[in-house]
Design a protein around this ligand. Structure first.
Ligand SMILES: [Zn+2]
Length: 312
């Protein structure tokens, strides 16, 4: 089995399939089982290692549970029979936290997290992108970012999981919020979604709250972060894009469609290019026809740069 120190590099090499690769590399047997109340456990005897996963878990829950059981093996902490998925994700026990840290790292190594959440503030769209690329739930992505506060430059962060109008659990290393604050922040964030809600915490710090809705399950995830105001008040890429569309493109359907067409056709041309190269090529090809439009302004050029970044 790989050691704790090798988890990050192993996960980065095999992203997003490190847990599955680990199973292959070490000949671990993974079986489906139907044991109510127990979503995953791990058994070692003779020279066999068997991980049993509840066959009724969703795809995301299954991957997280597999990574969790692998975490037990990597750390040499015996897996307890009877752990449910929710127990694993929200356990307060020190050992289970360490196991989860390893599980999250296997699924979302820091180098990959930085690609989506490296720019502050971390907003809902960034968490969604990370979840999609890492093939995990948005909740698991939010918890991972929450555990990487120092590495990502957040002063503090907290994740609150809601089921309908109830709080299922709250996760943070250090930021405790009252239930009322969590409800208030969710309401503010929902009202402004997909933008993030911002409020001054004090003279130099800003609270930024984003909400991720999962209407299919009737659940939502609130991600709250505390940042130096300079970063907290920065607009995210998604917010800059939305603001430009609101201000400049909303009333001009024809031009908006024309621009979508131009960008759609350009997508195939930027394969293999860096972001800067793609932006340069875009302007070489389109300077003439966009010259006298709102796109040929500082904000417009910033907008094109964002859109091209999202094509790559
Ligand atoms: Zn466990």
């Amino acid at each position: 089995m790989i050691s704790f120190d090798d988890v990050e590099s192993y996960a980065a090499t095999h992203f997003p399939a490190a847990p599955e690769q680990l199973v292959k590399d070490f000949g671990i047997e993974v079986r489906a089982s139907n044991t109510p109340g127990c979503d995953g456990w791990c058994l070692q005897y003779d020279d066999r290692t068997i991980i049993r996963l509840n066959g009724e878990l969703t795809r995301h829950q299954r991957r997280f549970t597999l990574a969790h059981e692998l975490g037990h093996l990597i750390l040499g902490i015996p897996s307890m029979f009877g752990e449910s998925f929710e127990d694993m994700l929200s356990s307060d026990s020190d050992e289970e936290r360490r196991v989860n840290e390893v599980a999250s790292c296997l699924l979302m190594p820091l180098t990959e997290v930085r690609k989506d959440a490296g720019r502050l503030p971390v907003v809902a769209a960034a968490l969604k992108r990370l979840a999609k690329r890492a093939k995990v739930s948005e909740l698991a992505a939010a918890v991972r970012v929450c555990n990487l506060t120092e590495q990502l430059g957040l002063l503090n962060a907290s994740v609150v999981a809601f089921s309908g109008d109830e709080i299922r659990w709250q996760w943070s290393r250090t930021l405790r919020m009252s239930e009322q604050t969590a409800f208030d922040l969710r309401q503010e964030a929902q009202a402004i979604s997909p933008d993030a809600f911002r409020a001054d915490h004090n003279e130099s710090q800003t609270v930024v709250a984003s909400v991720l809705e999962n209407p299919f399950f009737g659940t939502s995830t609130l991600f709250v972060q505390l940042l130096p105001s300079e970063q907290g008040n920065q607009l995210s890429i998604e917010e800059r894009r939305a603001a430009f569309e609101r201000m400049q493109l909303r009333d001009d359907d024809a031009f908006r469609n024309q621009l979508s067409g131009i960008l759609g056709a350009f997508k195939a041309k930027c394969v293999g290019l860096s972001h800067d190269e793609a932006v340069r090529l875009f302007w070489e090809k389109n300077e003439a026809r966009l010259q006298s439009t709102c796109i040929n302004t500082d904000e417009g050029r910033d907008y094109i740069k964002i859109r091209i970044g999202q094509l790559l």
